[in-house]
Design a protein. Sequence first.
Length: 366
Amino acid sequence: MKDALFQPIKLGSLSLQNRIVMPPMTRSRATQPGNCANDMMATYYAQRASAGLIVAEGTQISALGQGYAWTPGIYSEEQITGWRKVTDAVHEKDGVIFAQLWHVGRVTHTANTGGEQPISSSALKAENVKVFIDNGTDEPGFFDVVEPREMTKEDIKNVVAEYRQAALNAIEAGFDGVELHAANGYLVNQFIDSEANKRTDEYGGAIENRLRFLGEVIEAMTDAIGADRVGVRLAPFTSLNGTVDKTPVETYTAAAVLLNKLNVVYLHIAEVDWDDAPETPTVFKHNVREVYQGVIIYAGKYDGDKAEQAVKDGLADMIGFGRPFVANPDLPNRLRNSYPLAQHDPNTLFGGGEKGLTDYPEYHAD
């Protein structure tokens, strides 16, 4: 029995039934054309509504913000309507669901952006990074990203406005809140990390400057829908999609200070989770707990025991379980009762239909 994981917790004005988070996971099954959420996705999320909090898959805030084929957006009326099916289905099961707002910046290909050149903090191509495209003729597959152009001040203003509108759209679509995707090498991360940001204006150089875009986006979103409905995801120690920071402990402690000042409702930290990955430094976890007063979520290679311990130790309030949620729709019940976990089929993670999305059964004792 995992006692700590099953204590209720307040998230702003929301009451969550447990400390288990289903984190955002791209599944590339949005309806084409239009990149709309659909009935199949509604079934998938509703099956997993026993999580204390679901953060839905990364959802682009604009056509230029899209990095991969078949991912959902939240900038058109049709997309808002599609997501309403998902949120209604989750709420019918008494679940709580946030939208993850996503702009990939340079992590894309012109085949995914309607032919438009991608934008980033700087005109730096992400090295050795590929994205999934569907060009409608050849076999869909992975292609090298293209070089972006450096964002002008006008671009920055426009994208901040797109994030604001996306937050409003998410609430219109029935989401309980939004998570800003500021992790894993995407646009906001391209401003934060020193090696991806070579700007010489007020958005580059010193840590404070590199965090400026993050702050402006958060201020726009919290102004639109309230700080108690806005969370942020960060990935301080990953080098995903080619973004690296020279002083991650210092940079991301400063980010936590800023997000505390802006009163975001939670901080969601993606830990490195590949095999032989280094542990997140304990000093960093203590720093974050010291400077940030909201709910702290960690996601990485957690099992039930490790998650229970993290919450008991007081360094985390909630724990995200990514891959285990793919094949275990009833994951909280399995963790509570120490039932065995099913393994997911990696071949059905991205694209396709119901197979590998909604056909994993709940646990039944023989």
